[in-house]
Ligand binder design. Structure first.
Ligand SMILES: Nc1ncnc2c1ncn2[C@@H]1O[C@H](COP(=O)(O)OP(=O)(O)O)[C@@H](O)[C@H]1O
Ligand SMILES: [Mg+2]
Length: 220
């Protein structure tokens, strides 16, 4: 396995907030020894996503790129910015140039506003990187995930695949793939003990390295 040799850049987005984007980002950052960037962090009362990833992925600090914006309140970015009296400058939201793999974690779900007239998904389109969509495994995921995929497809945003996160579900992953035609990268299990050791075990078990390699090969 030569994870250090291949360079992958992609965006981790989710069907909702609290769906597992940070956890799955940590998993990829660890597995690929990649850079991580959370462009917009809303809410500083609990640990920031950057801190969580640094801790869980156990990568060196320089791999965690500083956020473009950190807002005090755990709200949609457009409102959190207004409360902090900050105006988003889109130049600052340009992708960082790094020599190595890069995982970008979005804020909330796809249709979350960044400003009063610009959505998260509009920014994803501008970044022009493929996305991995994290969704939950349980009831409710079919609607949220298929809607998210439809929105991405409509804008010609490339979807590398799905990560279905949580307790194993016997039918949802299959149904999502059948209706969307989007590949399943992994069914990521619910884990009691979230740490880098368990990430390393799952990285091998779920054969992520090989899957990423073939998904990126399929890209035009
Ligand atoms: N597969 C999982 N197993 C155990 N806990 C999980 C799993 N996925 C997410 N969680 C927990 O759920 C919460 C929300 O996940 P997080 O990655 O922060 O979501 P998001 O970044 O989408 O808001 C966190 O406390 C996280 O540790
Ligand atoms: Mg997060």
């Amino acid at each position: 396995m030569n994870s250090k040799e291949s360079i992958y850049k992609f965006i981790i987005c989710g069907t909702d907030t609290d769906i597992g984007k940070t956890l799955i980002s940590s998993f990829f950052v660890r597995g690929l020894n990649s850079y991580y960037w959370k462009p917009i962090q809303s809410g500083i009362e609990t640990q920031t996503d950057s801190k969580t990833v640094e801790k869980l992925a156990r990568v060196s600090r320089d791999k965690i790129i500083k956020e473009a914006y950190v807002f005090t309140k755990p709200l949609s970015p457009h409102w959190a910015a207004e409360i902090d009296k900050k105006i988003i400058n889109f130049d600052i939201l340009r992708l960082p140039k790094v020599k190595g793999s890069l995982v970008v974690e979005t804020a909330g779900g796809l249709m979350v506003p960044i400003t009063r007239n610009f959505l998260q998904i509009d920014q994803i389109k501008q970044w022009n990187l493929p996305v991995i969509l994290v969704c939950k495994s349980s009831l409710g995921t079919l609607n949220h995930t298929l809607l998210s995929i439809e929105a991405l497809k409509r804008r010609n945003i490339e979807i590398l695949g799905l990560v279905v996160n949580g307790e194993k579900h016997l039918d949802n992953p299959k149904t999502l793939v059948e209706f969307s035609g989007i590949p399943l990268i992994a069914e990521f299990p619910y884990i009691r003990k979230i740490d880098s050791n368990n990430f390393d075990i799952l990285w091998k078990e779920l054969e992520i390295q090989d899957k990423l390699l073939s998904l990126f090969k399929l890209k035009k």
